[in-house]
Ligand binder design. Sequence first.
Ligand code: FOL
Length: 227
Amino acid sequence: TRAFPRLSVIVAASPEGGIGYAGKLPWRLRGDMKFFRQVTTQVPPSLDVEYTNAVIMGRKTWESIPQTFRPLKNRVNIIVSRNRDLLQGTEYQLGPSLHVCTSVDDALRYLADTFPLRPSSSMPGDTALDPPAKEVKLHKVFVIGGEQIYRTVLSHPMCQYVFLTQVQPIRDNHSPAPSYDAFFGPLPAGFTQQSHQRLVEVAGVKVPEGVQTEDNCTYEFTLWESS
Ligand code: FOL
């Protein structure tokens, strides 16, 4: 059996940990969505092999993504649901890049069995031999929510990075504080905040530094790493 890939979490949350309300995001932040798309899609340039990233999400998060954007393009999409029939016979063609798994660990097993890993994304000291060369190699695995899946994964031993966009809705007379019914965190002890330089290095893309303002919110891109 092969090595499990390490995991990154990506999330946008309010100071109280709010991430959603009524099956939707509480805000519409184009700059943050661009960050999400770029970071989860980015793969190393390569002449010989093709790389892809994977996104793992809960069923409710899948349903929250606009139909025109799902499955998220240029990424392997894995939906976690205990009901495997859910997506069968619908408009979506299940295949190597759109898959339903019954747990996060099941998703990691599927990825490990289906895609050869880039050496750097497996555990150091891992001795598994590379399988025969295949078309597409797995670069990074992102867990993209929601509340239930984040909770499972933050305590997972393979969870290494958290890309946390810290969003602060601006309160004034025109915009009352938003409500939330889905939450993230707190981060377990052992996660420490990294520098902006480290964020850019790990993300592999340009990242705006400092406080951003959009849609009656301020927000900042941060990276946390598990010891
Ligand atoms: N992480 C961060 N930082 N911000 C988020 O909004 C976020 N959202 C989710 C998970 N992690 C996040 C889950 N919700 C799309 C929509 C909702 C969603 C995740 C992704 C989506 O439509 N993504 C398109 C981009 C569309 C666009 O560019 O406007 C994609 O291709 O990634």
